[in-house]
Design a binder for this molecule. Structure first.
Ligand code: PEP
Length: 248
């Protein structure tokens, strides 16, 4: 079945009001393909600004992280209801920088994913192995463990997009080869077929993330199980548009 091509941009903790404004205005000025879903995730401080500036009908805005509880005494957290209030439609959960630097557990990420969905956000759920885990041959085991924490508490995956992002490929310039990425995506989909059912597994978009840029994006074009990209560094540059157009 045909799954819609999807490109996410994760600005991480980068930018200023001015630089975020120029990224969004650059996107606004482009003729983007109508059949590509685009989600940009600026720092939380610029979410409202990004929503207000965005004029592209195929571009939606997302947070990079949300908490697993409602408004209250949680200093510094992003609250899903407030993300919705700002007009954003998405959030990332489980980005490897949060798993490894902030030490978020699989179960906490699953709870955050559930809370975000319950409050009406769509979720890009990030998974992926570290270099040591890859070298030990446990890539699929790690991805399966991260996915299972979510499938244990969430049955409806229709508002979830999975981003497979090998940690060793993020921000390093060392993208996985299209063949390696396709093989892991295929295994992830097979695993999902067993846990959430074949129908949902067939429909779910699985993005590849890790050093994707304007030059290498077209190399992933013919890979059956790669439904798009989650892009970090290159989403801050004009080449993000080439990635969005890489399937034309
Ligand atoms: C990311 O942060 O999700 C990412 C994939 O980063 P980069 O594209 O810079 O490797």
């Amino acid at each position: 079945m045909a799954r819609q091509f999807f490109v996410g941009g994760n600005f991480k903790a980068n930018g200023t009001k001015q630089s975020v404004k120029s990224i969004v205005e650059n996107l606004n000025s482009e003729e983007l393909p109508k059949d590509v879903e685009v989600v940009i995730c600026p720092p939380a401080l610029y979410l409202g600004l990004t929503v207000d500036l965005n004029k592209q009908p195929t571009v939606e805005v997302g947070a990079q992280n949300v908490f697993d509880k409602a408004c209250g005494a949680f200093t510094g957290e992003n609250i899903a209801e407030q993300v919705v209030d700002l007009g954003a439609k998405w959030t990332l959960t489980g980005h490897s920088e949060r798993r490894t630097i902030i030490k978020e557990s699989d179960d906490f990420i699953a709870e955050k994913t559930k809370y975000a969905l319950d409050k009406g956000l769509k979720v890009i759920l990030c998974i992926g192995e570290t270099l040591d885990e890859r070298k030990s041959g446990i890539t699929l085991e790690v991805c399966a463990r991260q996915l299972d924490a979510v499938s244990k508490i969430i049955k409806d995956w229709s508002k979830i997009v999975v981003a497979y992002e090998p940690v060793w490929a993020i921000g390093t310039g060392l993208a996985a080869t299209p063949e390696d990425a396709e093989e892991t995506h295929k295994q992830i989909r097979e695993h999902l077929a067993k846990t959430i059912g074949e129908d949902q597994a067939e429909k779910i978009q699985i993005l590849y993330g890790g050093s994707v840029n304007g030059k290498n994006a077209p190399e992933f074009k013919d890979k059956k199980n790669i439904d798009g990209f989650l892009v970090g560094g290159a989403s801050l540059k004009p080449e993000f548009v080439s990635i969005i157009k890489s399937r034309l």
